[in-house]
Design a protein around this ligand. Structure first.
Ligand SMILES: Cc1cc2nc3c(=O)[nH]c(=O)nc-3n(C[C@H](O)[C@H](O)[C@H](O)COP(=O)(O)O)c2cc1C
Length: 325
């Protein structure tokens, strides 16, 4: 059995493709469509509640009404404030009660999530940008690593997909390639490199099931790799976006004062929290088209995305790749 077959068996799915959590972008209908088509949809709780306006449990139930297949929930483990941390623990317990089978954690230490999840037979994968972070979360007991590379949409990594496999394969955990997979050729390449699965965001934004605005979807279809740029002005770390006039106007680099604060041991946390809060409101505006600016997060996989098409069609083609390998 190869890595991809082990992955699909572990999660009882048919195609080793995760629809990565997206703020915004992860509306419950999209998540359900990906799982129903044989992949693994993942809920982004803040998008579910704050952007799409669902009560968290009702949102999970909406997905369950559309598919009986497995899906996951993402927990961003930032120490923002007590209210957020309390809410995250509540979301985790609700996810367990609603029968979620997969947790995807990002940032922070996933140890408490792993401990609780393993009591319930739930697998936990964590987002990592490099070996240093991977070693920390391996110690925390995670079941797999989401390798966020330098082609990814949203907050991006700095290493290539090839480099990440080379650096992490000896950890003996399933590796998921997150970034730059836009079509089945990219998918095949990732599996041949040794990845067990891929995680895609950008490709799933350009589908009818995703509720992102139509001009954002069109921009993904019409963009080439060269149109994707990194800006630190959105999150304080590199975010991968389409170079639109609004992004040009905003600029790509944080100013000297902010950059200094972002390097300070004490100030870093506060500046990041400020950025996080600001981008929460900015991106909600993008998703809901209020006071709209073209802040469109997307990865380098745009080069392989040529039309807006249903999730099931995309996954069917990807499934064909697995059958061939
Ligand atoms: C619009 C957008 C929003 C995202 N938001 C999140 C998020 O809230 N949390 C997270 O862990 N990853 C987030 N990501 C990363 C995705 O889950 C996924 O890893 C990434 O999109 C893979 O790269 P790709 O876009 O090249 O397919 C986001 C990506 C995009 C494109």
């Amino acid at each position: 059995m190869n890595e991809a077959q082990k992955f699909t068996k572990d999660f009882a799915i048919s195609t080793p493709v995760i629809c990565g959590p997206m703020y915004p972008g992860s509306n419950p209908e999209l998540i359900a469509a990906v799982s129903e088509a044989g992949g693994l949809g993942v809920v982004q709780p803040v998008a579910m509640t704050f952007v799409y306006g669902h009560d968290f449990r009702e949102g999970l139930q909406l997905i369950k009404n559309r598919t009986s297949k497995p899906f996951g929930v993402n927990f961003t483990l930032v120490k923002a404030n007590k209210t957020y941390e309390k809410r995250m623990r509540e979301w985790l317990e609700i996810s367990i009660e609603e029968g979620v089978k997969f947790f995807l954690t990002s940032l922070g230490n996933p140890e408490w999530v792993v401990k609780r999840a393993h009591q319930e037979g739930i697998k936990v994968y964590h987002d990592v940008p490099n070996r240093k972070f991977a070693l920390k979360v391996v110690d925390a007991g995670v079941d797999g690593l989401i390798c966020v590379n330098n082609r990814a949409g949203g907050q991006t990594g700095s290493l290539s997909p090839e480099q990440m496999v080379e650096d992490l394969h000896d950890l003996n955990l399933p590796l998921v390639c997150a970034g730059g997979v836009g079509n089945e050729k990219d998918f095949e390449k990732a599996l041949k490199m040794g990845y067990a699965a891929v995680q895609m965001g950008t490709r799933f934004l350009a589908t009818p099931e995703c509720q992102t605005p139509d001009d954002y979807k069109e921009a993904i279809v019409n963009s080439e790799e060269k149109d994707i740029v990194w800006t630190t002005k959105i999150a304080g770390v590199n975010s991968s976006v389409i170079l639109t006039p609004d992004i040009e106007k905003m600029g790509l680099k944080a100013g000297p004062v902010t950059s200094k604060l972002l390097k300070g041991r004490r100030t870093k946390k506060w500046v990041r929290n400020y950025y996080m809060l600001r981008s929460m409101f900015r991106f909600k505006k993008v998703a809901t088209k209020q006071g709209y600016a073209q802040y469109w997060q997307a990865g380098k996989g745009v080069g392989g995305i040529h039309k807006i098409e249903p999730v099931a069609d995309i996954l069917q083609r990807f499934h064909g790749v697995c059958e061939k390998l």
